[in-house]
Design a protein around this ligand. Structure first.
Ligand code: GLN
Length: 386
């Protein structure tokens, strides 16, 4: 047989995030690797989805999502992000934020186009770009504030650059981009005529009074920004796959057709569950979420610090990058495997988030866990103490 895989996909292998989930299951450990978010789903959302099945929302929806959901999302974008969008022409409900990102990559990029990403990065962004033949160029953020400057952006750019990816709050660094930083990115994108593709899935996980700012709300940015978000993390429904993109109607139309091509539509009753859930939950829900995750962040950072795995305390999202240099092992993967063996706590090796070797002494710990699981993981880490 002379058959082989397509050239373009030969690079693709199982993500280290999923690998560590498998290792964790094998070891019977507590999974702080993949951001599965196994916390309770708000009752209003659960009940609404169950009722939607009984009421008959079980067939295809419009290719860009149910009217009820697009309207609820437009209202939420207005209230929480100060972003005005027309639910009829600018929103596409997708199979999670991941589906929206894939659609944007397929729809906007040609093979050979260059795209700038900040590292540490979320590997799915990088691999999705590779899957469509685009080429990633990296701007390395400098801890502890995960800083960058205009010179670094310019150094990563070339005449082939077509887009820049902005993930705020960021996975895995927890960086929440400030208005000043977003302005710098906006100026850069305007000067070089680039698309800005965002991933704002952690918008409600911001700590210490920080504010999530949607890049599309900066002056002159709406028409070149593809705003990507979803409810997976906010409602703990990572398995429902309800995300969306908001963009200028010029792009939204094609992004909708791409969604139709790949998925036809996101799951109908779950779209309805989210639409009604959004209508029923008020600001108290979102502030309680912020308070809950601030506590969880403090808990895990305290435990990591006492265990000799010094954390980079995150400003947002629900991951902590921490320094594993005191854990035995030659690579970041070996070190997280030692950790798993000794403590039965799984983390993601730092090498999964960098092109070069900058991540070799880092690991990522997810704290979107129930209190009981997080407490037990913290006890185990502290007991091991490196
Ligand atoms: N976003 C989550 C993470 O970073 C889940 C990734 C996934 O399983 N695709 O862990």
């Amino acid at each position: 047989m002379t058959l082989s895989l397509g050239q373009r996909m030969r690079f693709l292998k199982q993500s280290e995030i999923r690998n560590m989930t498998l290792e964790c299951t094998k070891a019977g450990g507590i999974n702080l690797s993949q951001g599965v978010c196994d916390t309770p789903v708000p009752e209003a959302v659960r009940r609404a989805a169950q009722a939607a099945i009984d009421e008959g929302f079980n067939i295809y929806t419009r290719y860009d999502g149910l009217d009820e959901l697009r309207e609820a999302l437009a209202k939420k974008l207005q209230e929480h992000s100060k972003l005005t969008v027309d639910p009829k022409t600018q929103l596409v409900v997708t199979s999670g934020a991941t589906g929206a990102f894939y659609g944007a990559a397929v729809g906007l990029l040609d093979p050979g186009d260059e795209v700038i990403l900040f590292e540490p990065y979320y590997g799915y962004h990088v691999d999705t770009l590779k899957a469509v033949g685009a080429v990633g160029k990296y701007v390395t953020l400098r801890p502890p504030e995960w800083q960058f400057d205009r010179a670094a952006l310019d150094a990563a750019a070339s005449p082939k650059t077509k887009a820049i990816v902005v993930n705020t709050p960021a996975n895995p660094s927890g960086k929440v981009f400030s208005r000043g930083e977003l302005k710098l990115i906006a100026d850069f994108a305007r000067d070089r005529d680039l698309f800005v593709i965002t991933d704002e899935i952690y918008e409600h996980f911001v700590f210490d009074g920080r504010e999530h700012i949607a890049p599309a709300t900066l002056d002159g940015m709406a028409e070149r920004t593809i705003t990507i978000n979803g409810l997976s993390k906010t409602f703990s429904i990572t398995g429902w796959r309800i995300g969306f993109s908001a963009s200028d109607p010029r792009w939204a139309k094609t992004l909708g057709y791409i969604n139709d091509l790949g998925y036809v539509c996101a799951p109908a009753p779950l779209q309805m569950g989210v639409a009604r859930g959004l209508a029923l939950l008020d600001d108290n829900f979102y502030s309680a979420l912020e308070a809950e995750y601030t506590n969880k962040r403090d808990k895990i950072c305290g435990a990591l610090s006492r265990a000799g795995i010094e954390p980079h305390v995150p400003q947002g999202a629900y991951y902590v990058l921490a320094d594993t240099s005191r854990i035995p092992g030659k690579t970041s993967k070996e070190r997280v495997m030692t950790l798993l063996e000794k403590t039965k706590v799984a983390a993601v090796p730092g090498e999964a988030f960098y092109e070069g070797d900058t991540g070799d002494f880092l690991a990522r710990f997810c704290f979107a866990k129930t209190e009981a699981d997080l407490d037990e993981a913290c006890r185990r880490l502290e007991r091991a103490a490196f």
